[in-house]
Design a protein around this ligand. Sequence first.
Ligand code: NDP
Length: 419
Amino acid sequence: MSRVLVIGCGGVANVAIRKCCQVDDVFTELCIASRTKSKCDALAEALKGKTKTVVTTAQVDADNVDELVSLINSYKPDLVMNIALPYQDLTIMDACLICGVNYMDTANYEPEDTDDPEWRKIYEKRCKEQGFSAYFDYSWQWAYREKFEQAGLTALLGCGFDPGVTQAYCAYAKKHEFDTIDTIDILDCNGGDHGYAFATNFNPEVNLREVSAPGSYIENGKWVEIPAMSIKREYDFDSVGQKDMYLLHHEELESLAVNIPEVKRIRFFMTFGQSYLTHMKCLENVGMLSTTPVNFEGHEIVPIKFLKALLPDPASLGPRTHGKTNIGCIFTGKKDGQDKTYYIYNVCDHQECYKEVESQAISYTTGVPAMCGALMLLTGKWTTKGVHTVEEFDPDPFIEALDKHGLPKSESHNPVLVD
Ligand code: NDP
């Protein structure tokens, strides 16, 4: 029996909410609140008669702490699931603290305005001290640790697939397979085809910023930064086949380096086709990925926001996308004094996802872990107070829940390694 407030009603939230409504003995009441209420109402309507969960809707601007506080105080949820954008992480955490409610999200904080001089000062200092230049990092949310601990509340950060399940896979490997882990390679492969010349699988602004940024990895406790897309490997993925993949910066590297400090190297690779990369490079070269406003015929527009308006809505890709995703982690390390390798991953089929929840696999592989993370908090499986990432919790009940709710694990004890 629980009351959950979900903020956001985009591609990922649609899946998470539909999955929550499949577990209606735990998610007994759910309020969907977002900027555009009509989207929440449409989803609530679509769920009518399909679940015992009592679904209500509300309008909220999640950039505004007062609005959030008044919504949370009137609905009185046990948990707030932030499935809006990374820009809203801090305002929603502030509101949860004021109202005394647990919090979770699927991506770490990133400012919407990266030209803000106050933020830039802190950002530039961090770039110098830490050695990576991504706009997002955990420091903003880790700064809330004491406040959440003192309030007796839990904030679960980054509970999608990557970040999220990938960290649970690391905790699982550490718990069951290794005494010490030497290297972790996280491999994110999307073998799906939507038939468009160019589209992004989740929020275009967040996605394109991530992919066009310099890559980086951790070696012997230090960040190594490289030009975007400059390290390429090929890998033969189970159920997908041979794909090109590129080393990217990714947020879970930062928390894994802190929480599994013995690891000598952590890298993240994502697959991209040549057409995607050519389109992205061209858009970048002409300035369409810029977040700095420009004046166009008397109107101020942000190029990447304008681009988002032109690109297909990721939520519309579901019916057109065929093929599979394969996301997981390859480990090297030692068990009982012997060298050992291990690969744990999930394969997910775009069309199967569409049949079940009317979404493609990228939103599905994020929305299901968000529901399972909420399940861990609501059923008392994960109770540690403070601000934590997924690898800090017991991976077993979470991975069991993923197995049961649509993202079963596969394993190999003799994987091909990435050089
Ligand atoms: P979408 O753009 O599809 O949806 C975002 C939703 O948030 C929309 O409903 C939007 O409302 C709402 N929203 C935006 N700003 C506000 C605001 N100020 N107040 C209230 N609501 C707001 O994004 P996705 O569903 O693709 O992504 C959701 C999150 O999941 C993102 O944080 C993304 O980074 C993360 N993600 C995580 C992954 C992982 O594996 N961990 C993978 C993929 C995504 P409106 O309809 O008005 O625009």
